[in-house]
Design a protein around this ligand. Structure first.
Ligand SMILES: Cc1cc2nc3c(=O)[nH]c(=O)nc-3n(C[C@H](O)[C@H](O)[C@H](O)COP(=O)(O)OP(=O)(O)OC[C@H]3O[C@@H](n4cnc5c(N)ncnc54)[C@H](O)[C@@H]3O)c2cc1C
Length: 504
């Protein structure tokens, strides 16, 4: 999606435009899959060793992935793409890969921004991307219990369409909604924009069907159970290391009647976090509750064009010195409860037009990343979560780390997932790209920011661990935690074919 002229003008004035990257041809190495292995895989399902298919499954969508696809940095290309069309075929593919000692990278929508789908082969002689697009069926709907079984390769829009035909919605809309899949949501413990109402993805899951090298396993049977630890939660977030999720049974809700989105403004970040905290602790959050800091609000208003001038004038009249935008959206929760909790607070209502504008542009950020790269801008995001008492300290620490590493970046931050005890923080960074070392520029900044994040919060609230966050996992879960994960992996994947080099 191209950048409109006023956005380019703002970028050039505030961020500075960089030089376009020199064209470097992307080399796709020849496939190292042996003929025998190819024949054995082809006996199960479709297999491709075409360069275009393999390059199309070479990595995800992080800034460094985008640079790699433009010839900067090393692109890990799978030796083949296998496309099973049923859970049974997935099991058979895994058997063949065990027999021929081939690494397997489960590939959903390929929207990982943490290196989760890098085609690393580890100690194996070859690596295949196991593309789940062929698992695209709505298996069943139980309207009485409000439970649906979806196959893993269904994308966000496809799931909503299939469920919509039965009058239901999943309500899971992450910013990668358009491409990410049900299996990917489960494998990464994804969080959608309306998580305050519908919950995170793992809250929606009733059970998971998973193909492992040692056989099939279904984890989860009832809406709640005291039959030992909840094993489905062990599968959720396993990032393809324990097996391939083939079907997910999810809680669904009736499609909302008349959803409503509104914009508000508070004066300053501290007032904003305190407002969101009080809504969360009073049980009065809107389904979508999103608070932008001053920098993000300034950018949102700058990019809104001439209409924003009226808003700024109005806010000045109302005495707001440091505007922080709050978007609230109601789909299944009660608006009355939120509005009653807001009464008496110093919040300025901007009305439904601001809410509609957010809704209209909710996927524009991802769609404009290539255009930003073309304009010579390094653009990337970071995310975490922490307790309320540390939210501002963590935000400042990440900003400081990024400023120290990058000079004068634009760092924007928002809260978009709030809990009684704390909140997520999501950062967007814009800085002119270093032409001499574009990869090193972001790699160093990412380490510094991740160190700051790991000191005060979780290394990831919803992007998962993948390859990029792996160095910080042990600090978070401890060496015993890593041993537990390793032991589970050894039981389910004794020869270690599944997604080497990720998570732990
Ligand atoms: C622009 C952008 C915005 C994003 N916004 C959000 C957001 O709002 N919220 C959020 O939670 N995330 C977000 N993400 C991150 C990403 O979209 C999520 O992690 C998503 O859940 C990944 O789904 P996918 O189908 O694309 O999985 P992939 O990227 O294909 O895979 C992700 C990981 O899961 C594994 N995997 C995939 N499918 C399976 C399966 N069936 N069985 C076992 N393992 C599997 C892969 O091997 C990999 O390790 C965003 C990403 C981008 C690029």
């Amino acid at each position: 999606m191209p950048l409109p002229p006023h956005a380019l003008a703002w970028l050039s004035q505030r961020v500075g435009l960089g030089e376009p990257l020199p064209e470097v041809p992307v080399a796709v190495p020849p496939s190292e899959l042996t003929e025998d292995a190819f024949t054995a895989l082809e006996a199960v399902c479709a297999v491709s060793v075409e360069d275009a298919d393999r390059a199309g499954r070479a990595g995800g969508l992080s800034y460094l992935d985008l640079l790699r696809h433009r010839g900067h940095g090393e692109l890990a290309v799978p030796d083949a793409v296998v496309q099973p069309a049923s859970p049974e075929e997935v099991l058979e593919v895994l058997q063949v890969c065990v027999e021929y000692d081939i690494a397997v990278v489960p590939f959903g929508g390929g929207t990982s921004v943490v290196g989760g789908v890098e085609a690393l082969r580890g100690s194996k002689s070859a690596v295949v991307a196991l593309d789940l697009a062929g698992l695209g069926r709505l298996v069943s709907v139980d309207p009485v219990s409000r439970v649906a079984v979806l196959q893993a390769g269904i994308t966000g829009p496809e799931a909503e369409k299939l469920l919509g035909e039965h009058g239901f919605t999943l309500g899971h809309v992450p910013q990668s909604f358009e491409r990410a899949t049900i299996g990917g949501f489960a494998a990464t413990r994804s969080a959608g924009q309306a998580s305050s109402g519908y919950g995170r993805f793992e809250d929606m899951v009733e059970s998971v069907r998973i193909a492992t090298p040692v056989g099939e396993w279904v984890a989860g049977t009832a809406p709640a159970s005291a039959a030992g630890p909840d094993l489905k939660q062990l599968v959720l977030g396993s990032e393809g290391l324990f097996g391939v999720i083939t079907e997910v049974s999810v809680r669904v809700r009736p499609k909302p009647y008349g959803p409503r989105y509104e914009g508000f403004v508070v004066d300053g970040w501290e007032a904003g976090t305190s407002l969101v905290r009080s809504l969360a602790q009073a049980g009065a959050l809107a389904d979508i509750t999103r608070l932008s800091d001053v920098d993000e609000t300034e950018v949102a208003l700058a990019l809104a064009g001439s209409k924003a001038d009226l808003v700024k004038k109005y806010l000045r009249m109302r005495g707001v010195k440091q505007p922080c935008l709050v978007i609230l959206g109601w789909e299944c929760r009660s608006r009355a409860a939120t509005m009653s909790a807001l009464s008496g607070t110093k919040v300025v209502r901007l009305g439904r037009a601001m809410g509609a504008s957010w809704l209209h542009g909710r996927f524009n950020g991802p769609r404009q990343r290539d255009a930003l790269l073309d304009a010579g801008v390094c653009v990337e995001t970071l995310e975490t979560a922490t307790h309320w008492s540390r939210v501002s300290e963590l935000r400042d620490a990440v900003r400081d780390a990024l400023v120290t590493e990058l000079g004068n970046p634009v760092v924007m931050c928002h809260v978009s997932h709030a809990y009684e005890t704390g909140a997520s923080l999501y950062f967007t960074v814009l800085v002119p790209r270093d032409l001499a070392d574009p990869v090193g520029q972001w790699a160093k900044a990412k380490i510094a920011a991740s160190d700051a994040i790991s000191r005060l919060g979780t290394i990831t609230h919803h992007h998962a661990v993948g390859r990029d966050h792996l160095p910080w996992l042990e600090k978070e879960i401890g060496p015993i935690g890593v041993d537990v994960l390793r032991a589970v992996k050894e039981r389910l994947d004794p020869t270690g074919i599944l997604n080497p080099g990720k998570l732990f």
